[in-house]
Design a protein around this ligand. Structure first.
Ligand code: PLP
Length: 721
């Protein structure tokens, strides 16, 4: 290497930082060629892009193994607390969004070398689930004839496990498999540590909760609770009370949703055939728990029924969230408003029993992926003003408040946004064959398609704008490109119809010569992290418009804020804290608050009242009913209209007027680039709270009882040197 890197170049290389310091480029090339030749047995004439990729991956790995082994030795000597963060994913690499799920928390984790992590996810390819292949469990307690008790057997050769059923049953097997493999690995490590092996004959588990933390990320790994009990009671021969104390002190539970349909409830008959011993243990946990509730609220039988782990209405089911709460010492929501709702409504009974268990951990995103990597232009103009400390301590962004009125900075921020928009427009033209006006307001709603996220409210706004231009084509209009992107769950009919509607609206509007390039509606297909990294830096307006009380936190909202988009949103999820950090006047907040929604639930929500009262809304709904946007299939959107008019759990019409009005304010401000950009700067400057580094540090201190440090483990000796 000859020239020293500029700060800008260093930031561009942030993802290979570890590498850059270790070795010079010619060594790197040598090792790359060595792997291509000896590991992949290819030369450059026959190597495919895949071979190059793996040769590079092996080269990178060589640098990591030394550090990996050294790290293991260091942890063995120091025995700090190991935390397992359970999440049973579907095994796809793009599972985490770089929010708090998967890759984002891993990225933040490695910023604190004092926190060892044993992850169930293999997203960054460094963790190996070698334990998985050796795990045993009583999957099929009974053999396939149902006559003989089989007990412990390697899960992978267990006849019942190998018999793969469709759907639900397969999912339960996956969840149990991941949990069992991880717990066995944790216990093996604990036993080989000096804390577990004091007694050569029988392991003492006294120190287990001080050395191990299991964070149940949603209910998917909830079987960890009965599985840990099974291991401690059946195999390690601890008495029940001792085992239960250890289990509760080890486990903690993060809730991710309050929507009842998303809470896992496994039918008892499934557990009976697949995991009979676990079901027995769950029954025992429930019995002891209900005894405790009964002692505190004698004779309150309705309370006992509500709190039971076993639901008896309809087919008998186990409520896995209840199991998680009972078996954990800490329960947290993922934004302040969500944690409050948990205490006040869904888990109120549990809060009244054990209020000290309930906490909040507001989600965060990794600024490495969601600023430095995806928006290097913005990262650079920020660093030019305040240095690059903000990359590892996002609160430093506050220093930008000194530049809110700085003409040069305003110009730079606006210029970077315009460049990002041009780049994204070029990408859309190339990949999606659509042409958009790069001078229009980029209005973006990207997230899973779901009724509660209210992509339909956005659609009603777009149609309203269309009708307004058509009614008075000569009026001044602030040009907009509305982009909606996201995937729909395969079996979710209305979600698929929402996608159809977005494309249908686009087909009409985008081809109407009277509209021209003043309004466009684009559906962004195949929305995923790599597309998020392109569209978010180009967005002017971030749509976060869920019905108040339904979005647990959201992380998309934070990504947009950090990338210089203004938010139009309801007081829901982390929007509330974003408004608190930036000042409510620097977001476009509209619509019902949680209390208004609750009030409406008491009085009853009547969509037809809004339809009758608001002419523009009525026109839009009539267009949908009459097939205006689907002339070949006039009935196409009848299910959507029917839902909106007759059983809309998310009260779209109730926020329609406020939303339209608020969007008028958006357009008005957008005309004034300078004032708009000042608000953008205030948002960026106050987004520090939403770093996942802060989130992880809070989990560490307030749930796992460990102090995160930036203290670095000494660099490994490279055995090749
Ligand atoms: C961040 C992210 C999400 C989450 O978005 P929300 O607006 O918080 O629902 C979903 N998908 C992808 C690809 C993301 O990057």
């Amino acid at each position: 290497m000859s020239l020293p890197l500029s700060d800008y170049e260093k930031r561009k290389q942030i993802s290979v930082r570890g590498l850059a310091g270790v070795e010079n480029v010619s060594d790197l090339k040598k090792n790359f060629n060595r792997h291509l030749h000896f590991t992949l047995v290819k030369d450059r004439n026959v190597a495919t892009p895949r071979d190059y990729y793996f040769a590079l991956a092996h080269t990178v790995r060589d640098h990591l193994v030394g550090r990996w082994i050294r790290t293991q030795q260091y942890y063995y000597e120091k025995d700090p607390k190991v935390s397992a963060r359970g999440r049973v994913g579907e095994g796809r690499p793009e599972k985490g969004y770089g929010g708090m799920e998967g890759s984002g928390s891993l990225d933040s984790w490695v910023t604190f070398p004092g926190l060892p992590l044993l992850s169930l996810c293999c997203e960054q390819g460094l963790e190996r689930a070698h334990a998985a292949s050796e795990a045993t469990g009583p999957f099929c307690g009974w053999d396939c004839t149902g006559l003989e008790w089989v007990g412990e057997c390697p899960i992978l050769t267990c006849p019942s496990f190998l018999q793969f059923f469709e759907g639900k049953e397969l999912r339960l097997k996956q969840e149990y498999f991941t949990v069992a493999a991880t717990l066995q690995d944790i216990i093996r490590r604990f036993k080989s540590s000096k804390f577990g092996s004091r007694d050569p004959v029988r392991t003492s588990f006294d120190a287990f909760p001080d050395k191990v933390a299991i964070q149940l990320n949603d209910t998917h790994p909830s079987l960890a609770i009965p599985e840990l009990m099974r291991v401690l009671v059946d195999i390690e021969k601890l008495d029940w009370d001792k085992a239960w104390d250890i289990t509760v002190r080890t486990c903690a539970y993060t809730n991710h949703t309050v929507l009842p349909e998303a809470l896992e409830r496994w039918p008892v008959h499934l557990l009976e055939t697949l995991l009979p011993r676990h079901l027995e243990i769950i029954y025992e946990i429930n019995q002891r728990f209900l005894d405790k509730v009964n002692a505190m609220f004698p004779g309150d039988f309705d309370r006992l029924r509500r709190m039971s782990l076993v639901e008896e209405s309809g087919i008998k089911r186990i409520n896995m969230a209840h199991l998680c709460i009972v078996g954990s010492h800490a329960i947290n929501g993922v934004a302040r408003i969500h944690s409050d709702i948990i205490k006040k409504s869904v888990f109120k009974d549990f809060y009244e029993l054990e209020p000290q268990k309930f906490q909040n951990k507001t989600n965060g995103i990794t600024p490495r992926r969601w600023l430095v990597l995806c928006n290097p232009g913005l990262a650079e103009v920020i660093a030019e003003r305040i240095g690059d400390e903000y990359i590892s301590d996002l609160d430093h962004l506050k220093k930008l408040l000194a530049y809110v009125d700085d003409e040069g900075f305003i110009r730079d921020v606006a210029k970077i946004k315009q460049e990002n928009k041009l780049k994204f427009a070029a990408y859309l033209e190339k990949e999606y064959k659509v042409k958009i006006n790069p001078n229009s307001l980029f209005d973006v709603q990207v997230k899973r398609i779901h009724e509660y996220k209210r992509q339909l409210l956005n659609c009603l706004h777009v149609i309203t704008l269309y009708n307004r231009i058509k009614k008075d084509p000569n009026q001044h209009f602030v040009p907009r490109t509305v982009m909606i992107g996201g995937k729909a769950a395969p079996g979710y009919h209305i979600a698929k119809m929402i996608i159809k509607l977005v494309t249908a609206i686009g087909d009409v509007i985008n081809n109407d010569p009277i509209i021209g390039d003043r309004l466009k509606m684009i559906f962004l297909e195949n929305y995923r992290v790599s597309l998020a990294e392109k569209v978010i830096p180009a967005a002017d307006l971030s749509e976060q418009i869920s019905t108040a009380g339904t979005e647990a936190s959201g992380t998309g909202n934070m990504k947009f804020m950090l990338n210089g988009a203004l938010t139009i949103g309801t007081m829901d999820g982390a929007n509330v804290e974003m408004a608190e950090e930036a000042g409510e006047e620097n977001l476009f907040i509209f619509g019902m608050r949680v209390e208004d929604v609750e009030e409406m639930d008491r009085k009853g929500y009547c969509a037809k009242d809004y339809y009758d009262r608001i002419p523009e809304l009525r026109q839009v709904i009539d267009q949908l009913s009459s097939g205006f946007f689907s002339p070949k299939q006039p009935q196409l959107f009848k299910d959507i209209v029917n839902m909106l008019m007759n059983n809309d759990r998310f009260k779209v019409f109730a926020d329609y007027e406020a939303y339209i009005k608020c969007q008028e304010n958006v357009s008005a401000l957008y005309k004034n680039t300078k004032e708009w950009t000042k608000k953008v700067i205030k948002n960026i400057a106050t987004s520090g709270k939403f770093s996942s580094d802060r989130t992880i540090a809070q989990y560490a201190r307030e749930i796992w009882g460990v102090e995160p440090t930036h203290h670095k483990i000494p660099a490994p000796d490279d055995p090749r040197e």
